[in-house]
Design a protein around this ligand. Structure first.
Ligand code: HEM
Length: 465
């Protein structure tokens, strides 16, 4: 039997350890609070340096700051104090320590996409969604939809033949249809027009002032969002009445084990369309431009694609398959180099959930942290002659953490395999059957919000025949 004195000494030891632990934590916290902030300037009260950043190319703003203060600096943008980072190690640190840094978006964007969409979450809810999304977009699953992607690509390109098109707008149609295919399977054609009408109204309001008054773009976008959710709800209810097993994303979300409500499913369907469409369409637009500007690269890609076409004809095979896509090594390097040079997502946002010490500096709780992908991809320390478009540089693997077009860590892009596959399929048909010329101004970048060639790259497309 333990006597009262043993109990007391046990209690006293616990108390001692507890007090010691608290003192240690306090010491750490106070030590952190005395750490210096990263170098940099905060600009004017409230507006900070927002005007300096947006009155020029934001990348020039970042490059000037990096030259002056080094790879980590503070600033004040859009009403928020922030730390910008441009070293591969720091970017990896921020993106992989999800317990220290959480994703952050303006409240109006959360409302528009749906508060329960994957991007805005951490923890169990996020990992459940991620499992469901990854399952649908992993190579083993998307192998099966190559023929359907190919038929979407063929239909789109055929409609461009012999006329001047705005590349980005047409690529958006292609990537939108592929996104719907991955979400709703072959049934997507039934809903394509309605979903397209609503989604295009939604996007018009996405970057507008968040004023929800009758007549404003924001109001129209919120209305369209509601209608989108209703269409998804109807599709869900129709599927519940049948007894079919669906292998698409909606099927994955609807699985009983997934435990998602209809509202959560709708938010994530809209979220995936948002993540999948403009990103992939912007990259494709840049590829069309770079191929046109680099005839020897275009020639190498065309030869690679023609040899695949030839082997198909010899074996009397119809259409592309997953194995063909794996053979497209030169085209894949063109995609990688475009992802690097164009860096369509110049940076992303995180928020420090507590005071964080990084390399002797304090990142205070609540501050935004921006890993600058574009600056990492354009640093001569990471890529020789970074401004040069040279796909052959990817014959060797880049240094660790220097190439992150799809992000890193638990929020890294789960759609990257699908994005690469759909680009390969489209490029196969474009280079083997067509040639094109660029119209109008050939230089200049616009941000909307992804980096894009000026005016969406007008081109004229001709059939080689
Ligand atoms: C070339 C095209 C694409 C690029 C460059 C791209 C890039 C990215 C990046 C950088 C992130 C991480 C953002 C962050 O950490 O803040 C991300 C997340 C995401 N992407 Fe992509 N993406 C592309 C295409 C796609 C496609 C085709 C899909 C779906 C089919 C998709 C679905 C998603 C989703 C759902 C997330 C959120 C993941 C999470 O929060 O866990 N993306 N993407």
């Amino acid at each position: 039997m333990e006597g009262p004195s043993t109990m007391f000494s046990l209690f006293a030891s616990f108390l001692f350890i507890f007090v010691l632990f608290k003192t240690f934590i306090k010491f750490l916290v106070s030590k952190r609070q005395h750490l210096p902030l990263p170098p940099g300037s905060m600009g004017y009260p409230y507006i900070g340096e927002t005007f300096q950043m947006y009155s020029q190319d934001p990348n020039v703003f970042f490059a000037t700051k990096i030259k002056r203060y080094g790879s980590m600096f503070k600033s004040h943008i859009l009403g928020c104090p922030c730390v910008m980072i441009s070293s591969p190690e720091a970017a990896k640190f921020v993106l992989n320590k999800s317990h220290l840094f959480k994703p952050t978006f303006p409240a109006s964007k959360e409302r528009m996409l749906g508060k329960q969409a994957i991007f805005f979450h951490q923890g169990e809810y996020h990992s459940n969604l991620r499992r469901l999304v990854l399952r649908t977009f992993m190579p083993e699953a998307i192998k099966n939809i190559v023929p359907s992607i190919e038929s979407i690509a063929q239909d789109c390109i055929k409609s461009w033949e012999g006329r001047e098109i705005t590349t980005f707008l047409e690529m958006k149609t292609f990537t939108f249809n592929v996104a719907l295919l991955s979400i709703f399977g072959k049934e997507e054609v039934l809903y394509r027009d309605d979903l397209k009408r609503c989604y295009y109204t939604l996007e018009k309001g996405y970057n507008s002032m968040p004023i929800n008054l009758l007549g404003t773009l924001f109001h129209k976008a919120m209305k369209a969002r509601k209608e989108l959710a209703q269409i998804v709800a109807q599709i869900i209810s129709r599927r519940r009445q049948g007894n079919q097993d669906y292998k698409d994303l909606l099927g994955s979300f609807m699985e009983e084990k997934a435990g998602l409500t209809d509202e959560q499913i709708a938010d994530n369907v809209i979220g995936v369309i948002f993540a999948a469409r403009d990103t992939t369409a912007s990259v494709l637009t840049w590829i069309v431009k770079y191929l046109c500007e680099n005839p020897s690269v275009l020639q190498a890609v065309t030869e690679e694609q023609e040899s695949i076409l030839k082997s198909k004809k010899e074996n009397e095979e119809k259409g592309l398959n997953w194995e063909d896509a794996k053979k497209m090594q030169i085209t894949s390097r063109v995609i990688q180099e475009t992802l690097r040079v164009a860096s369509i997502l110049s940076f992303t946002f995180r928020e420090a959930v507590e005071d964080v010490e990084y390399q002797g500096h304090l990142i205070p709780k609540g501050w935004k942290v921006l890993p600058l992908f574009r600056n990492i991809h354009h640093s001569p320390d990471n890529f020789k002659e970074p401004e040069k478009f040279d796909p052959s540089r990817f014959e060797a693997a880049p240094k660790p953490n220097t190439f992150m077009p799809f992000g890193s860590g638990i929020h890294a892009c789960p759609g990257n395999e699908l994005a690469k596959l759909e680009m390969l399929v489209l490029l196969h048909h474009l280079t083997t059957k067509y040639r094109w010329s660029m119209e109008g101004a050939k230089n200049g970048i616009q941000y909307g919000p992804f980096a894009l060639p000026q005016n969406g790259l007008p081109i004229t497309l001709y059939s080689k025949n």
